[in-house]
Every structure is written in structure tokens, then in C-alpha cells.
Design a protein around this ligand. Structure first.
Ligand code: MF3
Ligand code: CO
Ligand code: CO
Length: 272
């Protein structure tokens, strides 16, 4: 049999429709998700004062290739590193380089792998040395907001339900949710429909259905939600230079809830 051009297009092009994957597709996502989680586990003991973000990038790239994965960010839209390393007031898409981590820094490491065409995308916060109580609190609120969002992932709920609980929790803690970046559908494509907003209203947005694969990746600021992108074209920072934290899982909607593809085998997802 031959593939029609329509089928070929449908397979690899982003459209506004939210793709529904088959039960058999979950296994591919499990494999990709596990590898990205193992890479983020592996790097944990190396995120210490004195290390450069480039060393982190090198270790994660080597680990990923050794285990048979492809680094999805490497070469993506001209991005030339394996991971994003976003330190302190960097919201996301920080570029690894010669920056040396120092005591009290918080750094988000965001990694995406491709295994057999399936994408796994996850990020975590890493505490470098000792954190001030206010900084610890920021990280805790960010993780709890993701946990609350994940609780909403079940058939019949909407994407608005996810955004609503994240925003409500973050703002109740007098912090803010970044609006300029969002989660995304994922699977055969890295960034697919829908945009998964981390704010919103109950009952709004598309209804969740079994077989949807997407990320939830809230970015939470201690100050105002506004961000700007630096002249390197990637690094997003808070406009008011307040600290920012983020964490991300790739999930699939099941018949009765959700499967987290990027859960940490070593239980290291939350640094606190
Ligand atoms: N992993 C990021 C996400 O969560 C995307 C990074 S794209 C890059 O969607 F090119 F900056 F790496
Ligand atoms: Co993502
Ligand atoms: Co990511």
C-alpha cells in the first residue's frame, strides 16, 4: 500500500486539531519519557557550586546518545545545545555556556529526547548549595502548582481546568504565572496543538480525551509575570529581575486519569 499525501501531511504537520493517540502508542512515550527522566536523575549530583552549565549540557548529551536517544533541542530552530539551563531570574530557554553555578542559585534544566520518533520533554529545578527560605518557597509553590494541574488531567475535564488550578494556587501564594510561554501537545511532534496555558478558567478550552499527549510546564515568578527575551534570541528573563522557577512533565490522558511519562525512577523530581 502507499501513503496518500494527506496522510503523510497529517502525520508530521502541526494543525489546530488535538491528536488522539492509540493505546499502543503509550509504550513509545513511556520509553522516551523514562530516558529523559533518567538523564535528569543522572545529572543531579553534578549540579553543585563550581560546575558550568556547559558541563551539564555535555554530560546530558553524552548520556542521552549512549542510551540510544536523540537530543530534540539540538538543532531545533537553530538552538545549538542539548538542554536549556535557566538560572535564577531566567524564566526559560537559558543557553548552557561558561556560567559557573554558585551557592544559592536555582537552575532549571529542561531536556527533550526522541526515541523511535516519540518525544519525552521534562524539566526540573536544581538547588545549588543552600537556598534562602523565600527561594525554597518559590520552588515548592511551582511544584505544587504542577501537581494540582496533573490532578485535573482526566477525560471530561478541560484544559481550562488545568490552567485554573495552577493560577489560583500560585496567586494565592502572592506569586505570578508567566503568560508568554505554555505547555504543548507532544508525541510524534515536539510542539503540537494545543497550547497548554498555565492560567485560565474552569470549564474553558478543549475537553480532555483518552490518547491526548501533552506537557504541563508552569513558570512561576516571585514578582510580576512579565518576561523579555534577550538579544541572543532565546534567553527569557523576568522584566523585574525577580526569581523564576519551572517544572515540566509529559503526560498522556488515560481512560480514568493520567499517566506521567517523565516521572523520576529515582524519586528526584522535586529537589526539596
Ligand atoms: N523543552 C522546551 C519545552 O519545554 C523547549 C526548548 S526548545 C529549545 O518546550 F530550542 F530552546 F531547546
Ligand atoms: Co515542553
Ligand atoms: Co521542556
Amino acid at each position: 500500500m502507499y501513503e496518500t499525501p494527506e496522510l503523510a501531511d497529517e502525520t508530521f504537520t502541526r494543525t489546530s486539531a488535538i491528536r488522539l493517540y492509540e493505546p499502543g502508542d503509550f509504550e513509545g512515550m513511556r520509553v522516551a519519557g523514562r530516558l529523559v527522566a533518567e538523564a535528569l536523575d543522572m545529572i543531579t549530583p553534578f549540579v553543585v557550586p563550581g560546575v558550568t552549565t556547559q558541563e551539564i549540557d555535555d554530560r546530558i548529551r553524552q548520556f542521552t546518545l549512549d542510551k540510544g536517544g536523540l537530543p530534540a533541542c539540538l538543532g531545533y530552530k537553530g538552538y545549538m545545545k542539548t538542554v536549556c539551563t535557566s538560572i535564577n531570574h531566567v524564566v526559560c530557554h537559558g543557553i548552557p555556556g561558561d556560567r559557573v553555578l554558585k551557592d544559592g542559585d536555582i537552575v532549571n534544566i529542561d531536556h527533550t529526547v526522541i526515541v523511535d520518533g516519540w518525544h519525552g520533554d521534562s524539566s526540573r529545578m536544581y538547588a545549588v548549595g543552600n537556598l534562602a527560605p523565600r527561594v525554597k518557597k518559590l520552588v515548592d509553590v511551582t511544584y505544587e502548582s504542577l501537581a494540582l494541574g496533573l490532578e485535573q488531567v482526566k477525560p471530561g475535564n478541560t484544559f481550562g481546568d488545568i490552567g485554573f488550578v495552577i493560577q489560583r494556587y500560585v496567586e494565592a501564594n502572592r506569586m505570578s504565572v508567566v503568560r508568554d510561554f505554555c505547555g504543548h501537545g507532544i508525541g510524534r511532534l515536539f510542539h503540537d496543538s494545543p497550547n497548554v496555558l498555565h492560567y485560565g478558567r474552569k470549564g474553558e478550552g478543549a475537553v480532555l480525551k483518552p490518547g491526548m499527549f501533552f506537557t504541563i510546564e508552569p513558570m512561576v515568578n516571585l514578582g510580576k509575570p512579565h518576561v523579555k527575551v534577550l538579544s541572543d534570541g532565546w534567553t527569557a528573563v523576568t522584566r523585574d529581575k525577580s526569581l523564576s522557577a519551572q517544572c515540566e512533565h509529559t503526560v498522556g490522558v488515560t481512560e480514568d486519569g493520567c499517566e506521567i511519562f517523565t516521572a523520576s525512577p529515582a524519586g528526584l523530581f522535586n529537589p526539596n
